[in-house]
Design a protein around this ligand. Structure first.
Ligand code: UTP
Length: 453
């Protein structure tokens, strides 16, 4: 292993070997054994390669809009019916990506264990599991749920699910799979070490989902279980709708391979990636890549031309993931340059510039022959927990939940609660479902608010 590392110009990873005890040697050699040095060399070459050439042409995508006339409303009805058929047939499996490090939130544990229910403190995993359980009731079918973790949070995630009795979904219907980890590199392309017996490894980005689904046997499992389509969602928004019949139905009617949901950007300067055609191919255009004039460009009716903010909810055909992962999948690398604590030659920790490498799942959109881009109402289905405070934080998310559920109370003609309100996903996922459950008395939770469950 030492020779292999030296031949790759990474011999320094064994610099402190002689000082390590047996456990340290085992840890380090285990990590080094998992390193693909050829890939590390390719990543290292990117450090000096400069940014990829700027695209020539950006265009907004064709979108199934939120404001719909009679014709599109009819299409939406047809799509919902088609989507419902797919769910009822058990043909739609769920893919949750929860392998991220959640460093901005700074919570000690898998992000999914974080409590965001404004009244009950329901966890992010609990919200998403509840939505899957509700879909099971609604459609009278059971489909597997694939949960992606990474080496750092896999054991804790599995333990949490076991503790929660897999949220009543049945352990046989929840399958965990683990994405690959990659070393960070310093500015010279050397593997960063975080301790004498430890490499600095980070998950390879949510683009790693596709290869991990294949390598872990989940694709075979899905095929055996009759899953033809995956509903893909992130761990951080309790309002995510993994069982959205409109989305799955539009995707099916279009014969699409990979589709995406978008929410209108709040303003030109909101720092989110937008979906668009980049030199004719669907992809996500990072905020910093969209030239200023295009960022502010407007349509005739005064909307932003590039407003299709990516919310990272996708539908993918299983056959599409199989095709992509048959050979070696080469999604483009995204480099995150940041100061990171690293071991120096003297064996002490020092903050120095380093680079983390990730691939992103939305880059697979460019490989799809057909895609649907569905515009959703952010108030109804997107309030992510990203930061410890401020925008996209636990506080803003809880406030968004209560705000949404109060509007349902108002429409139902019940006195709007002055306290926090929570509507359990098993009780209702939409305003229509909520109205159909009325009249109903919420449960009061002393000092917290009211909950419909
Ligand atoms: P984010 O881009 O918000 O990253 O992930 P993060 O790692 O969770 O948080 P920060 O940036 O460190 O604060 C969006 C979604 O993609 C998943 C995350 O778990 C989250 O659901 N993800 C991200 C992975 O599954 N693997 C990764 O390598 C990165």
């Amino acid at each position: 292993m030492r020779e292999r590392a030296e031949a790759a110009g990474q011999g320094h990873v064994f610099r402190f070997w002689d000082e390590l005890d047996a456990a340290g040697r085992e840890r380090l050699s285990g990590q080094v054994a998992s390193i693909d040095f050829e890939e590390v060399a390719r990543l290292g070459a990117l450090l000096s390669a400069g940014p990829p050439p700027a695209p020539n042409r950006f265009e907004p995508p064709d979108t199934f809009p939120l404001e719909r006339g009679a014709e599109l409303e009819e299409r939406a009805r047809e799509a919902r019916a088609r989507g419902a058929e797919r769910f009822a047939a058990g043909a739609v499996g769920y893919v949750l990506v929860a392998g991220g490090q959640g460093s901005r939130l700074g919570y000690d544990g898998p992000k999914g264990c974080f409590e965001v229910g404004p009244v009950t403190g329901r966890t992010l995993f609990g919200w998403l599991a509840g939505r899957i359980a509700a879909a099971r009731e609604r459609h009278g079918s059971v489909a597997p749920w694939y949960v992606m973790t990474s080496a750092t949070n896999d054991a804790a995630t599995r333990a949490f699910f076991a503790e929660q009795d897999h949220f009543g979904l049945g352990a046989e219907n929840v399958r965990f799979f683990t994405q690959a980890m990659l070393p960070a590199l310093d500015s010279e392309g050397r593997i960063v070490m975080s301790a004498p017996d430890e490499l600095f490894l980070a998950p390879n980005g949510h683009g790693g989902t596709l290869a991990a689904l294949s390598d872990s046997g989940c694709l075979d499992h899905a095929r055996e279980r009759g899953v033809e389509t995956f509903s893909y969602f992130q761990v951080d928004s309790p309002l995510a709708r993994p069982a959205d019949t409109l989305f799955v139905g539009l995707h099916a009617l279009a014969g699409a391979q990979m589709s995406a949901k978008v929410a209108a950007k709040r303003d030109a300067d909101e720092k989110v990636g937008v979906l668009g055609l980049v030199d004719g191919k669907l992809g996500c255009i990072e905020y910093s890549d969209l030239p200023d004039d295009l960022r502010h460009a407007q349509t005739d009716d005064g909307k932003l031309l590039f407003r299709a903010g990516n919310i990272a909810a996708h539908v993918l055909e299983r056959s599409f993931v199989e095709e992509l992962t048959r050979g070696e999948l080469r999604l483009p690398w995204h480099l995150a340059r940041k100061e990171m604590p690293m071991l120096n030659e003297a064996g002490t920790i020092e903050k120095r510039p380093g680079v983390k490498f990730e691939t992103f799942v939305f880059d697979a959109l460019g490989y799809a022959q057909r895609s649907v881009v569905l515009e959703i109402d952010r108030a109804l289905e997107f309030s992510p927990v990203k930061n410890a405070d401020g925008a996209d934080s636990p506080a803003s998310c809880r406030a968004d939940l209560t705000r949404l559920f109060r509007t349902w109370q108002a429409v139902a003609g019940v006195p709007v609660s002055e306290h926090a309100v929570e509507v359990a996903p098993e009780f209702a996922e939409t305003e229509e479902e909520f109205l159909a459950r009325m009249p109903a008395e919420p449960r009061r939770v002393e000092g917290a608010g009211v909950v419909y469950d």
